[in-house]
Write a new protein. Structure first.
Lengths: 153, 116
């Protein structure tokens, strides 16, 4: 199955099944040599990947797009519970080394027979309303935003 | 401001419940500061402060009339923020497709999944 946006929550959530055991999933998410093989969008390649896998440790992945543009993403590990759960901050870094809007990524792995069910969350939104804005048309969203805002009642 | 700075300003502005409520009121149409302030149990200066944050984030536009300065909602930054999640969804879907292929590849030579 593919990703879905959870309309009820404040985060982008995706659930996906992989044909691999839980420890291997954890490994490919946390070891730079494995991260380098799949991180990034279609057509991009990873130029370098480093990860200091401990709470407070940082990771940094540099990706090269087909047009030669370089994208850098970096963050700090917040929670490491091998091989079940991992949480880290996520921010794009611009050419001056300044970080963009920070989000928090949490992934957990659940054994399902020989497969692994991966639960992915990215806390992009600071409010539930933002998710509604994404899922409804603008007008409908503003109506819901109105209902949601307690101070207006 | 860069695109990501804009986005940070948007999210920061939206993080406050009073500011969200102000936006909700403005979704109904243009209003003056005192009209906006009416349902809130806070002072006019406090409302003005919130309006300044919203204006800085580009979420509202204010009229030139110094005395009335009516406020109106500007949905563009909200749209930008919504596009942001869609972009991330695409991004991760792509990565997970690659991960799927990669896991298949590395397990071909190592059916037990003990790959290092």
């Amino acid at each position: 199955m593919d990703g879905q946006t959870d309309t009820q929550s404040r985060v982008l959530t995706m659930t996906r099944s992989f044909d691999a055991p839980v420890p291997l999933l954890f490994k490919v998410w946390t070891q730079p040599e494995h991260m380098a093989r799949w991180w990034g969008c279609a057509g991009s390649t990873v130029e370098s990947a480093v990860a200091d896998l401990r709470v407070g440790g940082t990771y940094r992945v540099v990706m090269r797009l087909e047009d030669g543009a370089m994208h850098r993403v970096t963050g700090v590990y917040r929670e490491i519970d091998a091989p079940n759960r991992l949480s880290f901050t996520w921010a794009w870094e611009d050419d001056d080394g300044d970080l963009g809007h920070e989000t928090v990524v949490t992934v957990s792995f659940e054994a399902a027979g020989a497969k692994t069910l991966m639960h992915f969350r990215q806390a992009i939104f600071e409010t539930a309303e933002m998710c509604m804005l994404h899922n409804q048309g603008w007008t409908a969203s503003f109506e819901r935003l109105d209902d949601y805002a307690p101070a207006t009642h | 401001m860069t695109a990501s700075d804009h986005l940070s300003a948007t999210f920061q502005a939206l993080a406050d419940p009073t500011r969200r409520a102000i936006l909700a009121r403005l979704a109904k149409g243009e209003m003056t500061v005192s009209e906006i302030a009416q349902p809130f149990a806070i002072s006019l200066p406090a409302v003005s402060k919130h309006l300044k944050v919203l204006e800085r984030a580009g979420l509202i536009r204010r009229g030139r009339d110094a005395q009335w300065r009516p406020c109106a909602l500007d949905p563009a930054p909200l749209k930008e923020a919504a596009d942001y999640i869609e972009a991330y969804k695409q991004y991760w879907s792509n990565s997970f497709d690659r991960l799927d292929d990669y896991l298949r590849d590395i397990q071909k030579d190592d059916p037990d999944g003990r790959t290092n």
